[in-house]
Design a binder for this molecule. Structure first.
Ligand SMILES: [Zn+2]
Length: 162
């Protein structure tokens, strides 16, 4: 059950299941099952902050709970966090628009990763890491016309410096 704005109200909340005002925030060990990248991932979140009814045990899933699950999934899969991506973009001195263009993705896609709306796939995470990790990759992918020869042999030089 989703109650998007309910996270703003002070506890305890009235329980939708039993009607008592007994829903309070509890730290719970939670076994998550989340689909990402076409696969179902199962992992345990040791200290999920989850509103639970002290009377009947009803668990209330809010946006805040979803965000914790998303963060835990990202950590479980060892994918770059939005903060790490932002930091890397800053470090290489590119705009989000230019980065999207070099990677061949829509600017809106990059924006969804950065705003925590969506987690990047493993393959896109790999591309980001390689892109941010190697100046030669950045030069090759941002170099323009010579990209047509990229990958057709080892160590193609684009003539660009980073
Ligand atoms: Zn209840």
């Amino acid at each position: 059950m989703k109650r998007p704005r309910s996270a703003q109200r002070p506890f305890p909340w009235r329980c939708r299941q039993c009607g008592q005002r007994e829903v309070a925030l509890a730290k719970t060990s939670y076994d998550a099952e989340v689909r990402h990248d076409g696969r179902l991932h199962k992992f345990t979140i040791p200290d999920l902050e989850l509103p639970v009814c002290r009377a009947c045990g009803e668990e209330v899933f809010t946006e805040k709970v979803d965000a914790q699950v998303t963060d835990a999934l990202r950590e479980h899969l060892n994918l770059l966090t939005p903060a790490q991506i932002r930091e890397a973009i800053k470090r290489v001195g590119m705009s989000q628009k230019d980065l999207a263009k070099c990677l061949g993705i829509a600017e809106a896609t990059l924006s969804r990763w950065l705003c925590e709306v969506q987690i990047q796939s493993r393959s896109m995470d790999n591309l980001l890491r390689v892109f941010f990790g190697f100046p030669e990759v950045r030069a090759a992918l941002c170099g323009g016309s010579q990209v047509s020869q990229l990958g057709l042999s080892d160590a193609v030089r684009t003539g660009c410096t980073d």
